[in-house]
Design a protein around this ligand. Structure first.
Ligand SMILES: [Zn+2]
Length: 267
């Protein structure tokens, strides 16, 4: 069975928090829903979903974490969006005009770089925090790490390979030498090992030098909470004339971007 796990750990003496995500099952479901036939593209989108899930780990409670990557329309992919909260992840891919991949590796094959990574942290009250950083590397992990340094101002690092990812975060007063050790251990995980990992446990084996303690195990899935009521609420922002133009036999058909479900709303 494909993995759908997120583990939270702590390396107590080093004062370093660790999050491991292994989201093969939700990523495969996303690739199916969004018809991402090319495995390399499915991997890229899997990284978006994984990054969103990893970022939920340094916030508490009913937080919604959105990652949005915007590039140019003259590419196979113009936008990728991933949203994660409490064990559920969903997202969508907006295609660009170009049908064939670009030159380059990773993200650069699918999107024009630099792209913009926008991160929304919704703490569940009032205005969500929104920050944007430039994504100029073909590796999404670089942009996510930049976001963490620049916007959240925590010492953190991220490794990702497809739907497997690891996030390290130094807690306040973490000693500098311990933090450097943690970074060294993270950097020492071979890319191929991350790519092959079938469970959070497989990844954890590489972090053994940090003697991490497991705090929590979560099970994650691809899930969308769209409903006819939500779609109707969205349509309420349109004028009567706009609704009439969209409707066929007094019914507006809306396809959910996240899950492909078709909602038929009478007007
Ligand atoms: Zn949906």
């Amino acid at each position: 069975m494909a993995c759908a796990q997120l583990w939270r750990l702590i390396a107590k003496p080093l004062r370093v928090r660790i999050v491991i995500a292994c989201l093969r099952a939700p990523s495969a479901e996303a690739a199916r829903i969004h018809k991402l036939a090319d495995p390399a593209l499915a991997d890229c989108f899997g990284e978006m979903l994984t990054a969103a899930a990893l970022l939920t780990a340094h916030t508490k409670g009913g937080v919604r974490q959105v990652l949005q990557l915007d590039g140019d329309d003259d590419a196979p992919i113009a936008r990728m969006l991933a949203e994660a909260r409490q064990g559920r992840v969903r997202g969508y891919v907006r295609r660009g005009r170009r049908k064939t991949p670009l030159q380059g590796e990773g993200l650069a094959r699918w999107m024009r770089l630099p792209a913009t990574l926008s991160v929304v942290r919704d703490l569940g009250f009032g205005h969500p925090y929104v920050s944007a950083v430039e994504a100029d590397s073909p590796f999404l992990a670089d942009a996510v790490a930049r976001y963490l340094w620049q916007s959240v101002q925590v010492r953190a690092d991220v490794r990702m390979a497809g739907s497997v990812g690891v996030l390290l975060e130094a807690m306040p007063q973490a000693p500098e030498d311990g933090w450097r050790k943690a970074l060294g251990v993270l950097a020492g995980i071979p890319d191929a090992a991350l790519r092959k990992a079938l469970s959070a446990k497989d990844v954890l084996a590489w972090l053994a030098p940090l003697a991490p303690e497991l705090l929590a195990e979560e099970s994650w899935r691809y899930a969308c909470d769209c409903s006819p009521e939500r779609v109707a609420a969205g349509l309420a922002t349109l004028s009567a004339e706009e609704l009439r133009n969209l409707a066929v036999d007094d019914v507006v058909e809306v396809v959910c971007e996240y899950c492909g479900k078709i909602h038929r709303v009478p007007i």
